[in-house]
Ligand binder design. Structure first.
Ligand code: COA
Length: 328
């Protein structure tokens, strides 16, 4: 069609959580912490922890099936799978290929993206570029993690903050009229990385160094400081790129690291808190899974509706960070 532009439309979403929910009170029996400390500093009240047999790929597969059902699209019609994860089943091959096989949609492209907590934004932006470039027509973009397996359960400063889970979206390439402000699809996105801050948030192991999986290490206070500045910056960039004001946004679906980061970022941008989707209280920080998990929850409970303008944003280890604006 002439006079049109190609966009990636979000056709459906799905999510999956492990069976076992762990409350702060339960954690306090294993670690020197209290429900009061965790709630006051983070807003977290509970998280889900993967049990035996629950893996990153099994959670990802379940979330992907639910997203395909919601989209009304068959697995066989998917020709691109990008899985954002820092906790893959194996060092290689990519867990995306395991999900591909589980779903029975062989052929096409499948790979993992490692950008930790901003992994879903990296995956979404990469899928969008591949769809717009004609490399694929229908994509599954998944964020899935089992961070419980890389936590140091003796370290109260980190182990109370994270949880496991998966979220997925189905994207489809469509042609839209660029002058139609209500046309669906991803309108703009921006990604960033700054490798100078490796020592603030990292895993102290890996195949090429220690030949162990390693454990998560974090200087929480430093991460907090960078997060608010970086997120506010990239959100402004995406709004400028899209030519949209902050008032036009219906919903913000942020990475769910900490209630205080969500509040501080919203304040910095003068975003009304009631437009911010919050799941950190019951999911904790699920890294790459948190954005699609939160999105799916808000779609299924009827808050996010077809036609809404939704901003996604995340920041994580690396540091990496990014944001994307879509009409859903
Ligand atoms: N239970 C009880 N006390 C705890 C605790 C816990 N789980 N974890 C830390 N503490 C203690 C510390 O030991 C310290 O005690 P001290 O003063 O006697 O030394 C005190 O609480 C304050 O620790 P501090 O690390 O300075 O707290 P904070 O206000 O910075 O909050 C975080 C800690 C981790 C909640 C906060 O820094 C944060 O949210 N950072 C961002 C982390 C994040 O979101 N990372 C992921 C980005 S993708």
């Amino acid at each position: 069609m002439s006079g049109t532009v190609r966009r990636s439309a979000i056709r459906g979403s799905g999510s999956a959580l492990p069976e076992h929910k762990v409350t702060n009170a339960e954690l306090a029996t294993r670690v020197d912490t209290t429900d009061e400390w965790i709630v006051e500093r983070t807003g977290i009240r509970a998280r889900y922890i993967a049990g035996e047999g629950e893996t990153t790929s099994s959670l990802a597969t379940l979330a992907a099936r639910r997203a395909l059902d919601a989209a009304g699209i068959a697995a066989a019609d998917i020709d691109l799978i990008i899985l954002a994860t820092a906790t893959p089943d194996q060092t290689f091959p990519a867990s995306a290929t395991i999900v591909q096989h589980n779903l029975g949609c062989n052929g096409g492209i499948a790979f993992d993206i490692a950008a930790v907590c901003s992994g879903f934004l990296y995956a979404l932006t990469t899928a969008d570029a591949l769809l717009r470039g004609g490399n694929a027509r229908r994509a599954l973009v998944i964020g899935a993690e089992t961070f419980s397996r890389i936590l140091d359960w003796e370290d109260r400063t980190t182990c109370v903050l994270f949880g496991d889970g998966a979220g997925a979206m189905v994207l489809e390439a469509i042609d839209v009229d660029p002058s139609d402000v209500n046309a669906p699809g991803i309108i703009a996105s921006r990604l960033h990385a700054d490798g100078a801050h490796n020592d603030l948030l990292y895993v102290d192991g890996g195949p090429s160094t220690t030949q162990t999986v390693g454990k998560l290490r974090m200087k929480g206070r430093e991460v907090f400081r960078h997060a608010v500045v970086n997120l506010a910056g990239v959100l402004e960039e995406v709004l400028t790129e899209a030519g949209v004001t902050v008032e036009a946004i219906d919903w913000v679906v942020p990475h769910q690291a900490n209630m205080r980061i969500l509040d501080a970022t919203a304040r910095k941008l003068s975003l009304p808190p009631e437009k911010v989707i919050v799941t950190v209280d019951h999911h904790a920080n699920t890294s790459a899974a948190s954005v699609p998990l939160a999105y799916d929850e808000a779609v299924r409970d009827g808050r996010i509706k077809s036609g809404d303008l939704v901003m996604f944003e995340a920041m994580g280890g690396g540091f990496t960070w990014g944001a994307a604006l879509a009409r859903v």
